[in-house]
Write a protein that binds this ligand. Sequence first.
Ligand code: PAF
Length: 301
Amino acid sequence: MSTTTLPAVVRSRSDLASLLTERAAGGPLVLVPTMGALHEGHASLMRLARERAGADGTVVVSIFVNPLQFGAGEDLDRYPRTFEADLELSGAEGVDVVFAPVVEEMYPDGIPHPDTASNAVTVQPGPIADLLEGASRPGHFRGVLTVVAKLFGLVRPDVAIFGEKDFQQLSLIRRMVGDLCLGIEVVGAETSREPDGLARSSRNRYLGDEERRRAVALSRVLYAARAAGAAEGLAQALAAGRAELREAEGVDLDYFTILSPGLTELPEDAAPGTEARALIAARVGTTRLIDNLAITLGGAS
Ligand code: PAF
């Protein structure tokens, strides 16, 4: 039997509103948006949230598998759902409230996919949403930003915490909060990794044993790029990443690139000290995985 104090579970917008109105005024309200299937990576976000909220504040974790951010043929139906275990983990990390709405609660007029007739207002991300993940998953970031904006409106957090593993998502959420003057502090938390370097992800559960062994290639590519980039510069970082990719078996590459932290192209002769981000996406078996790493470029000045 569990000895963990479980968080309060709220399913509807109205119950969430009542609960948040009743909360004692004090420390900040900190939100960690998730799609559930929580793992150690999420636990690290929740710990950070608890730290930021302090003893007087409130930590809310939302668990909602958002249909609007999944394209046709993606894994919406098989996305892992592990609600009881998610509650245990949230309780163990000192979360106060889990907001787990049903789809109708978030989209009372239906899901506004672009091909369905709908008058619903959704968030139109800027052109960065068409690159990288957006190129493979058209409409994905419109879905992400729309649900995050709704969650912000419902929870009204002071602080929201997202993992850096979804780096493009984090950049676009920061941009939305700034451009639409939402007044929420967005905190990016460092990617949590398995001991061999694989970035923790709910989708890692799809990997068979052999695929799991192969998947570590993604982080190897990034660490090779970081080492060469820090020692020699951008061209060498790209070359080192590509060399590592040639060694990788059973990894069907979507992209490997190195961009500025704002996800714009870097000049080929980027000066030593330039901050960069290496990003990779690949399919291992049928599972699409993503990862990224910060690089401070070195080389001759
Ligand atoms: O990163 C995720 O889990 C999701 O994209 C998010 C931010 C919870 C929106 O559905």
